[in-house]
Design a protein around this ligand. Structure first.
Ligand SMILES: *Cc1c(COP(=O)(O)O)cnc(C)c1O
Length: 370
């Protein structure tokens, strides 16, 4: 079979992008809050149903800056079941990550484990809406309010996700997005912070531009994390097409769900009532005792067939050398995350993936099933 990867970025039509590039070449404005940046920021905020949005050149710098914006220090409670950048952003701010376990249904941070991890040094919680499924935002907010903690959501997977008709990005103090090539919505590289008042947005905008308030005033030790005009123009085009990308993803997800239903030892995730999803990944959980083969056997089997599935998220972040000696990193503290991490496999999912290939991926699983 032709090589199939777990994802492949959706690109806007080249001809339309060339039109935007022409305008950029004519104006000579290629970065620093140019016209496309301003237009994209406004249109994206409108699309997402949020009020205050700041564009970034990538999601990781947005995470690092979000922590700076709220002056987070000390310890932050977070999840080990995520992409490594979540915890790296804490490390870059000299903050000690404290890992707590996830819940078994959707693999988000388990609010029941948060309280016992709070110490006098805790200042914030950084949960992740893993695979775009919303965290238990109400329970998390309740704990945060009780203990005076900030909440910064890593919403890198949650493009356009809403909960009871409200954008999931409107929960917590800040939400951070990624528009990396592998995400549901991409600007090649890119990201954003969603804040909830003008003052915070302003501070974030200073921070991503070296701390400059005006030509001669530097109000904070900022960084350079600006999105450039080529990314912003590309993003404007992507916004026109993203609903189509999401519905094509959904069609594929529905085929997987239907065909994999009832295969012993294979578990898939379903949509949550009252949630609008963006279908960034298609994770399956393999129970080796029931399926008859381990996750890694299936992973290798797919490789042999030229299908490059991925184990998101294995290893857990808490297993990487930087973090594994932290007391909270022990697998005894993280039984559910450890269990899921050893059994998870993400199948290919992207708008252009042909249904024919989807069915052949399913056939490989069915062929192994006893
Ligand atoms: C992709 C991702 C990031 C990092 O975003 P970049 O734009 O690649 O820097 C952070 N957190 C999670 C959960 C991600 O999936």
């Amino acid at each position: 079979m032709a090589r199939t990867f777990v994802t492949r970025p959706a690109l806007p039509p080249l001809q339309e992008y060339l039109e935007y590039l022409k305008q950029i070449w004519e104006s000579g404005i290629i970065t620093n809050n140019g016209p496309f940046h301003q237009q994209f920021e406004n249109e994206l905020a409108y699309y997402l149903g949020v009020k205050y949005l700041s564009l970034f050149t990538n999601g990781t710098l947005a995470l690092v800056t979000a922590l700076q914006a709220l002056k987070i220090t000390g310890e932050v409670i977070t999840t080990p079941y995520s992409f490594v950048a979540t915890t790296h952003s804490l490390w870059w701010n000299n903050i000690k990550p404290v890992f707590v376990d996830i819940e078994p249904d959707y693999f988000n941070i388990n609010p029941a484990n948060i309280e016992s991890a709070i110490t006098p040094l805790t200042t914030a919680i950084m949960p992740v809406h893993v695979y775009g499924n919303p965290c238990n935002v109400d329970a998390i907010q309740k704990i945060a309010s009780n203990y005076g903690l900030k909440v910064i959501y890593d919403a890198a997977h949650a493009f356009g996700v809403s909960l009871k008709n409200e954008s999931v990005l409107n929960y917590g103090d800040l939400s951070v997005m990624s528009f990396h090539a592998t995400k549901t919505f991409n600007t090649i590289e890119g990201g954003a912070i969603i804040s909830h008042n003008e003052e915070t947005k302003k501070r974030i905008d200073f921070l991503k531009n070296f701390g400059f308030q005006d030509e001669t005033t530097v109000v904070a030790p900022g960084i350079n994390a600006k999105m450039n005009e080529l990314q912003a123009a590309y993003g404007l085009l992507q916004l026109k097409y993203v609903d189509g990308y999401i519905s094509k993803r959904k069609e594929i997800v529905e085929i997987y769900r239907k065909e994999l239903f009832g295969i012993p030892g294979i578990r898939v995730l379903y949509d949550i009532p009252c949630v609008i999803h963006c279908y960034p990944y298609f994770p399956v959980i393999i129970d080796p005792n029931v399926f008859g083969y381990s996750r890694d056997f299936l992973y290798d089997k797919f490789r042999d067939e030229n299908i490059f599935v991925r184990r998101y998220f294995y290893p857990l972040i808490s297993q990487f050398p930087t973090y594994k000696s932290l007391p909270s990193a022990s697998s005894k503290n993280l039984p559910v995350a450890t269990f899921i991490s050893e059994r998870i496999l993400c199948l290919p999912l992207y708008p252009e993936l042909s249904h024919e290939v989807v069915y052949s991926i399913i056939e490989i699983i069915k062929g192994l099933s006893k």
